[in-house]
Design a binder for this molecule. Structure first.
Ligand code: MG
Length: 277
């Protein structure tokens, strides 16, 4: 009898779905590992903001990185591992000197020192960023390796440990935060480098009016995770994002969410229309 039970248990374990298909852990509502049930609906989607019921994207193991590609000749290299001369920092609404620490060719967030903001402003762009959540990082849900690529300081491609760490679908790594989960979960294990290649179209305003929303195409570790996806507004927590008018070019920022995350090899290219020299 005991053996039969053990066999049944082993069979059920073997048949258990992989991590990505697992249901979110049972937890109290309002838990950022499970997601929320009391948030407003997302426009045009059958889900609420950070919906606890929204399925987690399937997990796809990216290929092994073969080589680190150097930036193309026309890229603006925002961080080459040596200095933060292209950046300022912002803390409590004030501009301050960057407090993040540079070591071994990467820069690591020093929690509470403020987000990094480029001195230069950008609109339509191709952006390459590499990040790693250090092995030492602990915490759960939105609390493990949380940072973000804030295009125009507003439109966030989430940075988080999402290889093992569960959170709501629209808040995991490579999500358009609070709006769209990535098509698949391409996260590498904690302690390894992840690569984002982001192709971004800035929104257009005429006076106070939005005439064209922003769009993002995102490749995570060589895998397409957003394909010319419309962004519904400025990233926000527990609310439906909205737009407010801003300049055609705005600085790029890297979020300080009070957790250690490392960045390296950051470069950007301004995108011009066809047939322009
Ligand atoms: Mg974030």
């Amino acid at each position: 009898m005991k053996i039969a039970l053990l066999l049944a248990l082993a069979a059920s374990l073997a048949a258990s779905p992989s991590f990505a298909q697992k249901k979110a852990p049972a937890a109290e509502a309002g838990d950022d590992r499970r997601g929320y049930t009391d948030t407003p609906p997302l426009p045009g989607q059958p889900w609420k903001v950070h919906d606890a019921a929204r399925p987690r994207p399937p997990k796809v193991a990216p290929g092994e990185p073969l080589l680190r590609e150097a930036p193309p000749a026309d890229a603006i290299v925002l961080f080459d591992g040596k200095d933060l001369s292209h950046w300022m920092a912002e803390r409590g609404g004030k501009t301050v000197e960057p407090g993040w620490k540079i070591e071994n060719g990467y820069v690591e967030i020093v929690p509470h020192s403020g987000r990094l903001v480029t001195k230069e402003a950008f609109g339509n762009c191709q952006l390459h960023v590499e990040f790693m959540v250090p092995k030492s990082a602990t915490g759960a849900g939105q609390g493990r390796g949380n940072s973000g690529i804030e295009l125009m300081r507003r439109y966030e491609i989430q940075v988080l440990e999402s290889n093992e760490n569960l959170t709501y679908a629209d808040g995991q790594a490579a999500s358009i935060y609070g709006q769209w989960p990535p098509l698949v979960n391409a996260s590498r294990p904690q302690g390894e480098w992840n690569v984002y290649d982001i192709f971004f179209e800035a929104p257009k305003f005429e006076g106070e009016k939005l005439v064209k929303p922003a769009f993002a195409t995102v490749v995570h570790n060589g895998i397409l995770v957003h394909h010319h996806q419309e962004i519904i507004g400025r990233a926000t927590h527990r609310h439906v994002a909205t737009y407010a008018p801003h300049a055609p070019e705005e600085p790029l920022s890297l979020q300080d969410h009070d957790q250690a995350v490392r960045y390296r090899n950051i470069w950007i290219r301004r995108l011009k229309p066809y047939d322009q020299q």
